[in-house]
Design a protein around this ligand. Structure first.
Ligand SMILES: *Cc1c(COP(=O)(O)O)cnc(C)c1O
Length: 403
């Protein structure tokens, strides 16, 4: 992992040291799991003083957390250059909703990148629409069309780069600069890269959202989300989150913190394996196109090289051929890859997908794979030996062809 993050300790060091305040950890390395609703005050005067101050890192009541959650939030803030603070949410989707509700009000319009995670699109179409917040989907690769979409009521832009299914990398600094120029807030789903791979706030975004269920947890055993921002938006996130009563358990916070400490080496390893496997897939007759910005030749590779300092194990490919049952046969016959949602765990996963029904402005299949089947397969490469994964994919393809 190269450090494009400027002065001070490198990202790997911050990953190890973040949030480990002596007053939270005591003599042990990690903060204990503080299970707490009630926090006892030593006097009425102390309770009143706490109420008046309303600060982070201060006991109040369990809904505002305890040292276990504070340590995780602080560690996430420390790895996101430009962040003043981080709010934690019970899932990534809750973080997306919490961030958008902190920014938008009835009458506002939200622009949503067309390659966004499906539940984000559903939130715009569902709850936000019911609240009188309108939305339009845009092609994040078409800057001119995007610029023309802004109207007086356009107050926020939702980005995801790369799109977590179809892997388009967009010019986030340019998209965020245009939004800023139009006095709109830019929010980004940075789950794929994490701040280790893409420093979203330093690249112009106002709020950076992550599903911690993926790379941060890293072991497929917890659900959580986060939103990090500079001071202004952090205050709004915090206020909205408190009003909505959003809180995460200390047990889950301890698990996420444990995952976070090793996230750098896990990401490096899965990135290397993913690049190897993606290269191998480009030579397969069953594959019309590999969608992997970490691969030279991919349409998103130049922007990825310019803006990102790391990758991860998640990428996709489009199948050739017209047989709709082929992708099912392929994944059914894999032994090492599980079939399932989520990603970023230590174990590899394969997920067939067809985004044709969830695209408003972007073409599918993508340019370069026209005429291919509409089915794609998304792979989340884990920590297994890449040679074993390649052998597994090879026998999956053999089973796919033989029917
Ligand atoms: C999984 C995911 C989310 C949602 O996270 P959960 O923790 O599952 O709610 C958000 N964005 C992206 C890109 C994801 O892959």
């Amino acid at each position: 992992m190269s450090d494009k993050q400027g002065e001070g300790p490198g990202p790997a060091t911050r990953l190890v040291k973040g949030g480990r305040r002596p007053e939270w950890t005591g003599a042990v390395v990690n903060p204990p799991v503080w299970r707490a609703s009630t926090h006892l005050y030593t006097s009425e005067a102390e309770r009143k003083a706490a109420l008046a101050k309303d600060q982070d890192g201060q006991f109040y009541y369990g809904r505002r957390g305890a040292p276990t959650q504070w340590a995780l939030a602080e560690a996430l803030t420390e790895i996101e250059p430009g962040a003043h603070g981080t709010m934690l949410y019970p899932s990534g989707v809750a973080a997306i909703a919490g961030a958008l509700l902190a920014v938008l009000r009835p009458g506002d319009e939200l622009l949503v990148s067309d390659n966004s995670y499906e539940p984000t699109r559903n939130l715009a179409r569902g709850l936000l629409a019911r609240m009188g917040i309108t939305h339009r989907f845009f092609d994040p690769l078409d800057l001119d069309a995007y610029r023309d979409l802004f109207r007086d009521q356009t107050k926020a832009v939702w980005l995801e780069s790369p799109g977590s299914l179809t892997m388009e990398v967009c010019d986030v600094p340019a998209l965020a600069a245009i939004a800023r120029d139009k006095v709109a807030v830019s929010l980004i789903d940075n789950t794929w890269a994490t701040p280790l791979g893409f420093t979203a706030l330093a690249h112009g975004c106002d709020i950076s959202v992550m599903s911690l269920s993926k790379h941060v947890g890293g072991h497929s055993d917890l659900m959580m989300g986060s939103a990090s921002a500079g001071e202004h938006w952090y205050r709004r996130l915090r206020q909205t989150s408190h009003q909505l009563g959003q809180v995460v358990s200390p047990d889950d916070a301890a698990l996420a913190l444990r995952g976070l400490r090793t996230m750098g080496v896990r990401l490096e390893r899965s990135t290397q394996s993913a690049i190897r496997i993606a290269k191998w897939l480009t030579g397969r007759p069953e594959v019309a196109q590999v969608l992997c910005p970490m691969l030279p030749g991919d349409p998103g590779h130049a922007l990825w090289k310019r803006d990102f300092s790391g990758g991860c194990g998640l990428f996709s490919f489009v199948l050739t051929g017209e047989d709709p049952a082929a992708s099912a046969r392929f994944v059914d016959n894999l032994d090492l890859f599980g079939i399932g949602y989520s990603w970023g765990g230590f174990e590899s996963l394969a997920l067939p997908f067809d985004p044709s029904g969830i695209r408003d402005t972007m073409p599918w299949p993508p340019a370069g794979a026209e005429g291919a089947a509409t089915m794609g397969v998304r792979l989340s490469i884990g920590l297994e030996d890449p040679d074993d994964l390649i052998a597994d994919l090879e026998q999956g393809f053999a089973a796919m062809g033989a029917s």
